[in-house]
Design a protein around this ligand. Structure first.
Ligand code: ADP
Ligand code: MN
Length: 516
């Protein structure tokens, strides 16, 4: 890892002796970090990856760029392209005119004639008047002006006097110029006729056409990229500046590297600094979770936050950038609740925009393994199970939360116990889908421990009841799920009718309990 390179890659940071003498990004490290900070932050790499992705997704862009005239460097080709296409059209028309002359020459006055029709370049518009193409402007079948059969001029332009150049006519004139070329004397040189070069030019035309399409799509994509660039890359210049400031203020000692790049976040490891500005003790090792989200992800996750009443009012007014921040904020609030209930989880250090700094679960830069990656003795496995059962109950009852993404992927094994992480999507049980989320969590946990050989592990329905205190009696998954949804609906109806939700669910016929 090249620490100097990383510092240099932070353009917003600005040069200064302070950071030159004490590099904020820390000394190169040789420990088992899955990818280097330099890599993650490298603009070059990002561009390369971007290109790779684009090429994979839009191979025709490459195909067009390989065409004889258009190269990848031609960015603003919109008007050039139009010109080129018009030229090409003229070439093709010339070619066809020549073809027609050849045809005439061969056929002469013969009653049996050979047609070159199939060799023509230009088909769609002017093929039906093939016989007397030259005079098409004098007929009522002007293919370009079908709805204006009136004054059809003989000389290839429309209108009288000053009215010749209307906006519409400009286009028509372009086309008519092309057509007029065909009225030129037969001696007029239009190229080598049926030679190779004209065939090639047809290829050029196709390449141009294709390029026009891809160009259109490309510009649409570029526009989108510009709009959502922060969403695409977690560590954009603004984020780098945020991280830099954290180091510069002494809150963090060094950021050593990246421990995880997910779809929704990038997590870095850092050594805590000894800053005194916040009256908090900075943990010796920190995890920095940088939230990112593509528009798609953000749509998928809508349901978690949109219906969470804590964020409801704000949701509609927010732009994507602010919504990303809201995820970070949500994780912070949820972690704080858990911390207060004594559930093992990262401790919040600070939240800055979409960057959440928390205590690091692990040691010496090595993150604690996920439950899915660790092999536990059967005794530890059993211990872990009961601990999780207990944590889920605490989470539900004391924190009034459902994890909503609980699985062996979001539980770390550290210090002989299970730690819960990744709670940005956690919701309150009375969230419109809260109980469904809980049931899904229960299914994950139950399956993991049953497969892991914990004989005592409750099945998902038993676990659900044990955590929620509900008494859903359905003995099969489908009915159980239906009852869960009925409860959720009851709560929603209550909100509709009374303007507030039930504070607790009840499934045994008791009247619902309200919060006063
Ligand atoms: P994601 O939404 O990307 O899954 P997580 O919060 O689960 O985000 O973090 C991704 C990974 O980063 C985790 O699986 C874990 O390995 C690591 N990680 C996250 N937070 C911490 C932490 N506080 N301490 C140690 N490792 C962490
Ligand atoms: Mn996760």
């Amino acid at each position: 890892m090249d620490s100097v390179g990383v510092a240099a890659a932070a353009p917003d940071a600005g040069p200064g002796p302070a950071w030159q003498s004490k590099c904020p990004w820390g000394a190169p490290s040789t420990t088992s970090i899955s990818c280097s900070l330099a890599d993650v932050m490298s603009e070059q790499l990002a561009k390369e990856l971007q290109l790779e992705e684009e090429n994979a997704a839009f191979p025709e862009v490459v195909a067009a760029a390989e065409g004889p005239f258009i190269t990848g460097e031609n960015i603003d080709t919109s008007s050039d392209l139009m010109l080129a296409q018009m030229l090409q059209m003229e070439f093709d028309r010339e070619y066809d005119a020549q073809l027609r002359r050849e045809e005439k020459k061969i056929n002469g006055d013969s009653k049996v004639s050979i047609s070159f029709e199939n060799y023509r370049k230009v088909h769609p518009y002017d093929s039906d008047s093939s016989e007397d193409e030259v005079d098409w402007q004098d007929t009522r079948h002007d293919p370009y002006r079908a709805d204006k059969p009136t004054t059809t001029p003989r000389r290839g332009f429309i209108g009288k006097g000053k009215d010749i150049t209307t906006k519409h006519d400009e286009v028509v004139c372009g086309r008519k110029n092309t057509a007029r070329m065909e009225n030129f004397a037969p001696e007029f040189q239009v190229g080598d006729g049926i030679g190779m070069d004209l065939k090639l030019s047809n290829q050029v035309f196709n390449a141009l056409k294709q390029h026009a399409y891809s160009e259109e799509r490309r510009s649409a994509r570029l526009h989108e990229k510009k709009e959502h660039s922060t969403a695409e890359k977690a560590v954009d210049p603004k984020t780098r500046l945020l991280l830099y400031k954290m180091v510069n203020s002494g809150m963090l000692e060094t950021i050593t590297g990246c421990i995880s790049t997910g779809k929704e976040s990038v997590v870095f490891h850092a050594y805590g600094g000894n800053s005194t500005t916040e009256d908090k003790v900075i943990p010796p090792e920190c995890a920095i979770k940088v939230f990112k989200t593509t528009l798609n992800e953000f749509k998928n996750r809508d349901k978690y936050i949109k219906d969470d009443y804590r964020f409801k009012d704000r949701f509609s007014k927010l732009n994507p950038r602010k919504i990303i921040r809201m995820w970070a904020e949500k994780e912070m609030h949820n972690l704080t609740r858990m911390q207060n209930a004594g559930i093992p989880c990262p401790q919040v250090v600070i939240l800055k925009k979409h960057v959440l700094v928390m205590s690091f679960i692990g040691q010496d830069q090595v993150p604690a393994p996920k439950l899915k990656d660790v092999t536990l003795s059967s005794e530890d496995m059993k211990k872990a199970y009961y601990q999780i059962l207990n944590m889920m109950q605490q989470l539900y009852r004391e924190c009034n939360l459902v994890h909503a993404d609980l699985s062996e992927y979001n539980m770390l094994w550290h210090d002989g116990k299970v730690w819960l992480i990744d709670v940005s999507q956690s919701v309150e049980p009375t969230h419109p889908h809260g109980l469904e989320f809980l049931f899904r969590d229960c299914r994950n946990v139950s399956q993991f421990f049953q497969k892991g050989g914990v004989a005592e592990a409750l099945n998902e329905r038993e676990l659900f009841n044990a955590v929620s205190g509900l008494n859903i009696t359905a003995d099969n998954e489908v009915d159980f799920q239906a009852e869960i949804e009925a409860l959720e609906k009851m709560n929603e109806d209550h909100v509709q009718n009374h303007g507030k939700k039930l504070s607790t669910f009840s499934s045994d016929g008791d009247p619902p309990i309200y919060d006063e």
